[in-house]
Design a protein around this ligand. Sequence first.
Ligand code: GLU
Length: 511
Amino acid sequence: MLEKRLRFAPSPTGPLHIGGLRTALYNYVISKNQKGKFILRIEDTDLNRFDKKAEKHINDSLEWCGIIPDESPKNPGKFGPYRQSERKSIYNKHIKKLIENGKAYFAFDSTEALDQARKEKEKKGETFIYNWENREKFQNSLSLDEGTYRKFLEEKNYVIRFKSYDKSFNNDSILIEDQIRGKIKVDLKLLDDKILFKNDSMPTYHLANVIDDHLMKISDVVRGEEWLPSLALHWQLYESFGWNKPNFAHLPLILKPTGKGKLSKRDGQKFGIPVYPISWSDNDITFEGFKEIGFEKEAFINFISMIGWNPGNEKEIFELDELINQFTIERIIKSGAKYDYEKAKWFNIEHIKKISDKILIVELQDEIKERFEDIIDSKKIKNIIEIVRDRVIFRRDIINEIKIIIEYNLLELKENISKINLSKDLIELLVLFKNEIKKNKSTQILKNFYTNKLSQKEIKIGDGMKALRLCISGKVSGADLFSQINFIKNEILIQRINNSLKTINDKNWNS
Ligand code: GLU
């Protein structure tokens, strides 16, 4: 069987957004699933829109995600060069063939003449297309006599157009095939004679893309739905060259969070959501990427993989290697898929759950010791991480969450006193509890002691817990109270209870 070779072929006209990254990911997992190759080709033929920072952003984004190409400009294989701007001589050779066999022709029309023609059509509410119906009226190598067009050619001010249809064709329609959409019948009479070569002597996307996919032995073209309208032209180009076609699959659009319309780069700012895998700076504005916001790359990939695909069962959490095993083109959906940022966060929470305690402890213990050494018992770092890790969306929030959990806030305490049912019995019990802490008893013994006393004294458990929490943190709600008690140093607990009871007494006295 022929080797599966799939490629990601971005144009470096700006940062890589999540739509592009999804295309790269799907190509990557399909190629790896088939033990094939994943190729990165930079399509930089559009010199006007070229952005020199873009290629680095593409490379860095792929690298962060672990989507590493087998062949690329940085790591060329035997089908190079992998940047289209370095392949000009290849395109020249091929376009000549198309001209020789009458599939393409030179056109010399000025921009003004074309604009004029466009305007006239628009006035009638019609769309201008340059094709079999009107090409005779324009200046091209099909309409002009040879002497005139040779002269034009010498001036080197021409484009080369594809002859999409002509009355001499046997058929006026073709059947093209997409793996997601199925077979599509295309009326050739409605197609435009697209430009294949521009007057800057660079090929357009269409020509370069088809030639490169053929020469790089690409077996499957998986790309965004915006290229589906170009498929008929590409199909015809393959046939004109007499080449076998790859399989095509056009991915559904990624929709805005509202579900209405295609997600655009501008939506990032509009909805306050990331649209780039890693950050991008433009004219002093930096757009934070998923990486900088704090997403686990595994969560990010998982999130992206499910925008437009599902495994056909309930499973939602995937690692990259599981995606490689389970991904199939058949399960890509046809309709657009919504970008749901809340879901992205959910994936992050789920992937944080998969990180072992050990890894988190190694990563965070020094910082925890350094910042909270006075309050936290250093033997309890493991316990605190176990509790806090389930309460955060991002890994980097763990430290902040610890801070919140162990914090003691006198101001809040004062505000909260009136919210608590503090009987004389309860205050006495808090003093007893404090004395038990002094005896260095385990948290479980302390908990039993406290709850038993509450029931002996017929104090409601809710009131008792709230009062204790108030004394320890100043708050009336929060993480599991006895877990907090477990990891805060005994002397700190005692200090806090003393301090709180004093404040409560003062308050009661004053009121
Ligand atoms: N250069 C095109 C793009 O950036 C590639 C389309 C394709 O994969 O054929 O979208």
